[in-house]
Design a binder for this molecule. Structure first.
Ligand code: 13P
Ligand code: ZN
Ligand code: NA
Length: 274
């Protein structure tokens, strides 16, 4: 099924679709193990740094083969694409979906950039996500966050024809210094104002379960998770390596992969409203 259809069918049921970033074979298999266990679909996301790390074609092949191997329904998505050129390379490499992130640009420029990517993606039948309002990036202060305005969201979606919109309602990338407070009223106002778009929550790591559930019940469908995956993978490896001298990485990595699986199983239960 095309991602767009999947997202709209899930939105109707008030169920979310988890989008997890992967960085290597182990984090990919960790995520897929969880999706296989619960029988849920999943979006596999790559940022430019993960693409640079693995190589574009290798990263895509790993994701596609992994989905087959684990028997999971899934889509490959560019996370936070910063240019038309990168989006184009990903479309050529067979991505199902691309994000063009013009959230730090003025409204009109963000719209123009998004329009260009929507136009290019159309001939590939690919799905497009954009961001309006600003979700603070890793290392940036929350003071940078700018909540999404409902009337702007409406104009943005109408004039770009974008499929999915990442909105700023109180989350930030990475962990939080203080517990986040999602603006559910604002989410409701955006959903009431904007027709024909799927809403995306970035920065889900560190968001308490009750708030994630509330966001999904009120119209968020795609839920992006990255930092908690990196964190549990590396913390588990660190623990193992301080306790033992095993150099056969094929005996060490699976423990970290399993830790990712356990984390993602829990997130899938939340996002799928179980
Ligand atoms: P976290 O790193 O907070 O999970 O955010 C992930 C994200 O938004 C990826 O686009
Ligand atoms: Zn993000
Ligand atoms: Na976060």
């Amino acid at each position: 099924m095309k991602l767009k259809e999947k997202l709209s069918s899930l939105t109707d049921k008030k169920i979310g679709l988890l989008a997890t970033n992967y960085y290597n074979l182990e984090t990919l298999h960790g995520v897929l193990g969880a999706a296989q266990h619960s029988g849920d679909p999943i979006i596999l996301q790559l940022t430019q740094s993960s693409i640079d790390y693995m190589g574009l074609d290798s990263a895509v092949a790993l994701g596609r083969e992994g989905l087959k191997q684990f028997g999971v329904e899934g889509w490959i998505h560019l996370d936070h694409g910063s240019s038309v050129e990168l989006a184009q390379r990903c479309l050529d490499a067979g991505f199902d979906s691309v994000m063009i992130d013009g959230s730090e640009l003025p409204f009109g420029e963000n719209m123009k950039l998004t329009q260009e990517v929507v136009k290019r993606a159309a001939s590939y039948g690919a799905h497009v996500e954009a961001e309006l309002g600003f979700v603070a990036k890793l290392g940036q202060s929350h003071a940078h966050s700018g909540f999404t305005q409902p009337h702007e969201a409406r104009q943005f979606v109408e004039e770009t024809g974008v499929d999915a919109l990442a909105i700023s309602i109180g989350t930030a990338h990475g962990f939080y210094k203080e517990e986040p407070k999602l603006q559910i009223d604002l989410l409701q106002a955006i959903v009431a104002e904007v027709q024909d778009a799927t809403f995306v929550l970035h920065g889900s790591s560190g968001v308490p379960e009750s708030q994630l559930r509330a966001a999904i019940q009120n119209g968020i469908c795609k839920v992006n998770l990255a930092t908690e995956i990196k964190n549990i993978f590396m913390k588990t490896l660190q623990d193992i390596l301080t306790q033992n001298e095993e150099i056969d990485l094929r005996k060490v990595f699976p423990k970290a992969t399993n830790a990712v699986t356990e984390l993602v199983k829990g997130k899938l239960d939340i996002v799928n409203n179980r």
